[in-house]
Design a protein around this ligand. Structure first.
Ligand code: FAD
Ligand code: FES
Length: 258
């Protein structure tokens, strides 16, 4: 299912973060919020394995979709050199995305760092009447996609670790404050493991269901290599589950975070 597509726009959002708009009627039509594409970065040693990147948003009318990625290592560094007009080798859409239930009228998405990206299309697609977004960044220079998240939500709260923009502190503290003011029907998390672990604990106190998107390292992306496993509950026991096949999105209660 891998295919070569054309990059129609390549934009640098800050020092190390890039947005590509990619032409693909197939991916834009099929993709669901929370799904990923597996991207080939190059043919050199060390980058032969594809890198998983979330589908950030889709334009189903014009047959394009956006990915946003941060330079972390060799693969994403190579990717950052791609320009508009270049071809990009993409496998996807892959994985199980977020489950969006029309009966949920009030939702909250909570994202941190590179975990904010899959939450944008979720907000766009969810039919809820009241959508809040709580997004955490390291500092002001890291804040991106603010306009897009503002447009897609009813209330956007940005936090920074150092207070240089928005509210100072952790997204989980803000989540607690918001839930004290008004309950939600579902909370969606994507970001660092510790943030999701804390978040799942918080919504449990309020008896609210949640979904988490796990950003595990991946190898094959199609369930053949076991690189991506995480621990999930299985009755009174636990098991290893492949994030690429059964996830990346899971019920918050299904994951063993330790
Ligand atoms: C389901 C999923 C969705 C993702 N979506 C996005 C996205 O939308 N945008 C984005 O920028 N990144 C995303 N990532 C992370 C991205 O895949 C990694 O940053 C990338 O594979 C690193 O490749 P590299 O060759 O640049 O770095 P490598 O040389 O492979 O690694 C460099 C550093 O990055 C860390 N790293 C590698 N893989 C991950 C990972 N999965 N999560 C966190 N840290 C990692 C390594 O521990 C190492 O410290 C996602 C990952 C998963 C599993
Ligand atoms: S990445 Fe190979 S099994 Fe999931």
């Amino acid at each position: 299912m891998d295919t070569v597509y054309k990059i129609s726009k390549a934009e640098q959002l800050n020092t190390d973060t890039f947005l590509f708009t990619i032409n693909s009627e197939k991916v834009s039509k099929k993709a669901r919020a929370g799904q990923i594409v597996h991207v080939k970065c190059g043919d050199e040693d060390g980058v032969l394995l594809r890198r998983p990147i979330s589908i950030c948003s889709v334009d189903r009318e014009n047959g394009t979709f956006d990915i946003v990625f941060q330079i972390r290592g060799k693969g994403t560094k190579i990717l950052s050199k791609y320009k508009a007009g270049d071809d990009i080798d993409i496998m996807g859409p892959l994985g199980q995305g977020f489950s969006l239930y029309p009966k949920h009228k009030k939702i909250i998405v909570v994202g941190g760092g590179i975990g904010i990206f899959p939450l944008l299309q979720l907000l766009k697609d969810h039919p809820a009447e009241n959508k809040k977004a709580i997004l955490g960044f390291r500092d002001k220079s890291c804040v991106i996609l603010e306009k897009e998240f503002k447009q897609a939500s009813d209330k956007l709260i940005i936090t920074t670790d150092d207070g240089s923009y928005g509210e100072k502190g952790f997204v989980t503290d803000i989540l607690k404050k918001e839930l004290d003011k008004e309950p939600a029907d579902m909370v969606f998390f994507c970001g660092p493991l510790i943030m999701m672990k804390l978040g799942v604990g918080i919504v449990k106190e309020y008896d609210i269901p949640c979904q988490v998107s796990m950003e595990q390292r991946m190898g094959c992306g199609i369930g053949a290599c076991l690189v991506c496993v995480c621990k999930t509950k299985k009755g009174d026991d636990w098991d290893y589950t492949q994030v690429c096949k059964k996830g990346p999105v899971f019920g918050g209660d299904d994951i063993i975070f330790d």
